[in-house]
Design a binder for this molecule. Sequence first.
Ligand code: CUA
Length: 306
Amino acid sequence: MDFFIPEQASTFAPRVDLIFYFLTVLTTVITAGIFIALIVIAIKFRRIEGKERISKPLHSLTLELTWTIIPTIVCMGIFAWATWLFAEYLNEPEGGLEIDVVGKQWMWKIQHPNGVREVNSLHVPIGRPIKLTMASQDVLHDFYIPAFRVKQDVIPGRFTRLWFEPTKTGTFHLFCAEYCGTEHSKMIGTVTVMTEADYAEWLIGGPKKSPIEAGEALFTQRGCVSCHNGNSDARCPDLAGVFGETVLLKGGAEAIRDEEYLRESIMEPGKRVVDGYNPLMPSFQNQLTDEDVLNLVAYIKSLEKE
Ligand code: CUA
């Protein structure tokens, strides 16, 4: 069904869809009825040579009342249903999570209650009302999440509200649904619905890594692993089990491979090169923070000789 209508991912979505499907079926049935009657009558009462067609004036009170009263009831019913649904939506549920949204050409800026900010992405927990207070910094925008069936104008000089309660975890489209300038079509983003626990973790910056885990990640990201890989033909010393050991340096001096030696070897690798190796390594001065270096050292210390 996703190709026809986006999946339903909020408490409100099935209720909006029900009225949508009802209107679709109703208009299809009426349209089909009119066209079928048109074709049948055109054939049945077509002009035939020698056959006279006389149209008598016809007045039927019953017929006129029927085609007045039934459509009136149906239309008023649709009006009442839609109005009731809209009123229900305007009636925000108690509690929930308040999040601020600012629209500007051409991005969505989001701020969570604890101050965490994001751009063109909105992370929310599942299963409780999310209430957005929205403002525009420049022109008219429109905050639209199809999977939640919610859409609200974002207007300069005034705050507007939008709420929804997600029922599915996952990632959904976020659009600007009001032409707001050249890059209107790029004013898009994602809404990520997470479990309560994942959201809490996300708010504090994702799962906290231990220094060793963080160091290991850096060791791979920064490409250290491509040389310090422990192979016999490696261009740089194997680091497993070296911590605290004494090593012979190029030029005959010795060094203890302690924390400071490791730090220095990352920041000024050419200063004390291990005997038998060339000073190939680039300096990571200004490229790694002190914390990065601490994490890398923690990782190197954790490596054991195989
Ligand atoms: Cu903002 Cu279109």
